[in-house]
Design a protein around this ligand. Structure first.
Ligand code: ZN
Length: 284
């Protein structure tokens, strides 16, 4: 039983505002420990229920995807971290051999209110990301990429907003709701010590239910058509970069259309728009 855990930071227990998840924030070192502890709770629950392998993949973009504390993480897992991974940055370790995906510390999609630190890939650059006209968040990318590989998503932890959104995409998914969002940077939190019990129990049930065949990959098939609404109109550098690339179309000043055959490419192409405003940067 192989478990893939994607760990993000915005949905970690006790954290509610942007300085909580940025290296300039006063509590960032402590919050890295809280993130590691939520991940450990999921790892522990997985092994308790009989997982034989747990891969943790860091999904939080601040500091080049190196936020977990390596001296505090459960020694039974392996951690994929750092930027420049092969394939889409946050799903490089997701392969056909994985039995179930868990999304720990995830957050609601861009445009959600409430929704603690809700965004899709880039809070600073993207106002909204849609797929076939429907707003999507990071869990949509994961669930669809996993589906392409024949793997189901079995669990999410975070606020009630991301739990509901993942529940829509993956009916019956296990949810560990560690905070109730009041707005985009406030909420009512279960103290992390208690939240971890929820996460551990939820992870345990996820592995048991996976073994019982209760989760199925969702249906997902390319080609996919995305529209990204940028917060700022594309500048000269982005315009010239996009003009030189296939699969991208500047529809309006701050609206870009993207086409991709699969979700690995889809994620990479959408994420590229977050840094496409630099002259000559056309790699994604
Ligand atoms: Zn994040």
């Amino acid at each position: 039983m192989k478990v893939f855990i994607s760990v993000d930071m915005e949905g970690i227990s006790g954290l509610v505002r942007w300085p909580d998840v940025s290296s300039s924030g006063i509590d960032f070192p402590l919050n890295r420990s809280l993130m590691t502890a939520d991940a450990n709770a999921a790892i522990e629950g997985s092994f308790e229920a009989g997982a034989t392998e747990v891969i943790v993949e860091e999904n939080h973009g601040v500091e080049d995807l190196c936020v977990l504390k390596m001296d505090e993480i459960d020694t039974r897992c392996e951690v994929i971290r750092g930027a420049g991974r092969p394939g889409s940055t946050t799903m490089a370790g997701l392969t056909e051999s994985v039995d179930v995906v868990m999304l720990i510390g995830h957050h609601g999609r861009a445009g959600s209110f409430p929704g603690i630190m809700a965004h899709t890939i880039s809070y600073g650059a993207f106002k909204l990301v849609t797929l076939a006209g429907q707003p999507i968040g990071e869990p949509d990318f994961f669930a669809r990429r996993a589906a392409e590989l024949g793997v189901p998503v079995g669990m999410v932890s975070g606020d009630q907003v991301v739990a509901a959104q993942v529940g829509e995409i993956c009916p019956g998914v296990e949810t560990a709701i560690v905070k109730q969002a009041y707005a985009n940077q406030s909420g009512r939190c279960i103290p992390p010590g208690r939240a971890r019990v929820l996460i551990r129990e939820s992870a345990k049930r996820t592995v048991e239910r996976t073994r019982a065949g209760e989760f199925q990959p969702i249906h997902s098939q390319g080609p996919y058509e995305f529209v990204v609404s940028l917060r700022k109109p594309a500048g000269d550098a982005m315009r010239s970069n996009l003009a030189s690339l296939d699969h991208f179309e500047l529809i309006e000043d701050s609206t870009v259309g993207i086409v991709a055959q699969d979700m690995d490419l889809g994620f990479r192409r959408v994420a590229y728009l977050g840094y496409a405003d630099r002259a000559g940067v056309t790699k994604y």
